[in-house]
Design a protein around this ligand. Structure first.
Ligand SMILES: [Fe+2]
Length: 379
């Protein structure tokens, strides 16, 4: 769990960011899903998340059921509606399963709401306090791209398993973790020509600053292209790359996402590990599917990135990609979409100094994605 409970002692790593909220880290990511019980089983069994908390009929909640799972500092909430109609059913019908709340852990949810709304955020929820026998929490929320919401979670006076209204979820069935530590970054896909609008939103409304930028020449293949900018808060715990499609010969993966998700939304969640070879070996053993990278990638990769600590053979066998920047290198791999619609996927990342996002791998990666799109008939 989180140990440092105030933002005061977090060093500033992105000097340009204002950090007026301030944010301590990602609190939880909540998905609206068609069948939360089975989704929870998938994240437990395949991904090694541990059961934490539950809200449903047994806890007096009649309209929705939610499961809270955790691994390292990564907290997932899976929520399904219990009846027909209503906003959650509509959300699932329109978008499929997907991320609804990217919730941020803050010192002061009231101030976070006031500061962001004052700067132009569209309010989702005015600050409200919820309580149970374990204490109280304050929550507020604002809209971001698509139907995605940033909740601000203030939990310094709360000692329970998750939040008021949830009960500890004690389960006999347990799985081993796979070594996932924290969310490294979360990527949003937005529509044509909307990247700068949302980059400005994170700068003006949230006080973030841009870390790196790519243009469509950096990250295009023969057929498809996209543009991406990375926004980060001051202490660097929150990194949000924003992608928009760029013109290519064929339909890009961003357009495919927008088509199937019916709008902007969270494209991928990058989760960090200290040992990507062990983590990915275990995930593959448990049936998690990753993008296949051609073997020829490994013929020249070390010429590009220089020396690395790991043997190349297991990286090649698992399909793990390598990239480097001025500060070091990183290892990364991408799952296939984890839903039936080709929308959300995960990235596993191990940083060995590098603070970038794998730009050197984009070409190999996009060609792998295009082969998958071709199979789906959506290229
Ligand atoms: Fe990523």
């Amino acid at each position: 769990m989180h140990t440092d409970t105030t933002s005061q002692n977090l060093p500033k790593v992105n000097a340009k960011a204002e950090d007026f909220l301030p944010i301590l880290g990602t609190d939880f990511v909540e998905l609206y899903v068609g069948n939360a019980k089975q989704a929870a089983y998938y994240y437990q069994t395949a991904w090694g998340f541990q059961p934490v908390a539950y809200a449903g009929l047994e806890t007096g909640k009649k309209d929705t059921t939610s499961y809270v799972l955790q691994q390292g500092k990564i907290r997932l909430v899976l929520t399904s509606p219990m009846g027909e109609g209503g906003n959650i059913n509509r959300h699932i019908s329109e978008h499929g399963d997907g991320v609804k709340f990217v919730s941020l852990w803050v010192d002061d949810a009231t101030r976070s709401f006031e500061e962001t709304v004052k700067r132009g955020a569209k309010p989702y929820a005015e600050p409200y306090t919820i309580e149970d026998e374990h204490g109280k929490a304050v929550i507020s929320g604002i809209h971001t791209y698509g139907e995605t919401i940033h909740l601000f979670i203030e939990r310094k006076d709360y000692e329970g398993p998750f939040l008021p209204g949830y009960k500890a979820w004690t389960k006999v069935y347990k799985t081993e973790t796979v070594g996932l530590k924290y969310i490294d970054h979360m990527v949003g896909n937005v529509g044509w020509n909307e990247m700068n609008k949302w980059v400005n939103f994170y700068a003006d409304v949230m006080g973030f600053a841009q870390l790196l930028s790519f243009d469509d020449k950096d990250i295009s293949t023969e057929y498809t292209a996209l543009m991406s900018k990375v926004m980060s808060n001051g202490n660097g715990r929150i990194k949000f790359p924003i992608n928009e499609p760029a013109e290519g010969k064929k339909k890009s993966q961003i357009e495919e996402y927008i088509d199937f998700y019916n709008g902007a939304g969270v494209q991928h969640i990058a989760v960090a590990t200290d040992n990507i070879i062990e983590t990915v070996s275990e995930l593959q053993r448990r049936g998690v599917e990753f993008l296949n990278i051609p073997e020829t990638y490994y013929d020249t990769v070390l010429d590009r990135v220089g020396e690395i600590d790991e043997d190349l053979a297991p990286l090649k066998e698992l399909g793990i990609l390598i990239d480097s920047d001025d500060e070091g290198y990183l290892l990364q791999i991408f799952t296939k979409p984890v839903l039936d619609r080709p929308t959300m996927f995960f990235e596993i990342i191990q940083r060995k100094g590098a603070q970038s996002f794998g730009k050197g791998n984009f070409k190999a990666l996009f060609e792998a994605i295009e082969r998958e799109q071709d199979l789906r008939g959506t290229l």
